[in-house]
Ligand binder design. Structure first.
Ligand SMILES: NC(=O)c1ccc[n+]([C@@H]2O[C@H](COP(=O)([O-])OP(=O)(O)OC[C@H]3O[C@@H](n4cnc5c(N)ncnc54)[C@H](OP(=O)(O)O)[C@@H]3O)[C@@H](O)[C@H]2O)c1
Length: 258
């Protein structure tokens, strides 16, 4: 039986993916701060921002580890100019340092099994969203980190994939950090942008779509390095490569910046 470790398995994409993989016969360990509702996932309490907690969680897993999925994450919104430093630190700690902490523990274990690392990026890392600039920043960083890491680990037979979901209906929307005070300078544009983003997410894909994409990556001998979830998001990523950056940026302004 292959063993999978997934972070953030207490809700949303992580919970659905963990359950989906467990039903396929994998042994699934879920790392999160709170215990999720699934009886199919073996939960280990872990805050991914704390490297000691990550170390201790991995220490409790005695089986050889075949796949590690870095899924834990949070959202943030608000104008860059008024985002408090603590909130910037928090998103960097969870969405970026969390991935780093887990990878550092996982790599020695995956070297033995020639396993896989699957990191959750986002379409927002490819197409930077105004008023979510810090979220786009960390997800672009996760994608770039994954590309570099893939080549570092190539000689060991460990493969890295970054998965890019678009709007997905989870509690991510309600968990997103919002500014406590919104300055007049940005208030109307920010509220419009956030409302559109929240509406799109709540009309978004079922997290099972992401779970199925991840499951396919796990089964592939030669997995892709980067994969968008769903044909429309694959198209967006493709068009972004073709179209002038300034035009794409203007389009994003029309959608989320005006
Ligand atoms: N939903 C979307 O539209 C969307 C789109 C693109 C990408 N994504 C990405 O997909 C991933 C999963 O998001 P989701 O939509 O499933 O959101 P979610 O429902 O809010 O789930 C987030 C998960 O991350 C865990 N988590 C947060 N901080 C943590 C920490 N410090 N240590 C350990 N676990 C932590 C949470 O568990 P605890 O609170 O129990 O710790 C929870 O299980 C994220 O990386 C997100 O950026 C989501």
């Amino acid at each position: 039986m292959k063993t999978i470790v997934i972070t953030g398995a207490s809700s949303g994409i992580g919970l659905v993916t963990g359950e989906y993989l467990a039903k396929q016969g994998y042994l699934v360990y879920g790392l999160s701060r709170t215990k999720g509702s699934s009886t199919l996932i073996k939960y280990l309490s872990c805050d991914v921002t704390d490297s000691e907690q990550v170390k201790s969680a991995f220490g409790q897993i005695k089986e050889p580890i075949d796949v590690v999925i870095n899924n834990a994450g949070m959202g943030i919104s608000g104008p860059v100019e008024f985002t408090p430093k603590e909130e910037i630190d928090q998103i960097l700690s969870v969405n970026l340092m969390g991935v780093v902490n887990v990878c550092q523990e996982a790599i020695p274990r995956l070297r033995i099994t020639k396993g896989k690392i699957i990191n959750l990026g986002s379409i927002a890392g490819e197409l930077a969203i105004p008023f979510q600039s810090f979220y786009s920043l960390v997800k672009a960083a996760v994608a770039s980190f994954s590309e570099g890491l893939n080549n570092e680990l190539r000689p060991f037979g460990i493969k890295v994939t970054v998965v890019l979901p678009g709007d997905t209906k989870t509690s991510f929307t309600q968990n997103r950090q919002k500014p406590k005070v919104i300055d007049e300078l940005y208030a109307r544009r920010f509220q419009r942008s956030l409302a559109k983003m929240e509406e799109d997410e709540q009309k978004g894909k079922n997290p099972l779509t992401v779970a199925k994409t991840i499951s396919r990556i796990i089964k592939r001998k030669h997995p892709p390095l980067k994969v968008a979830v769903g044909w429309e998001y694959k198209l967006f990523v493709f068009l972004k490569r073709l179209l002038p950056t300034k035009f794409v940026n203007w389009l994003l302004y029309q959608l989320y910046g005006r």
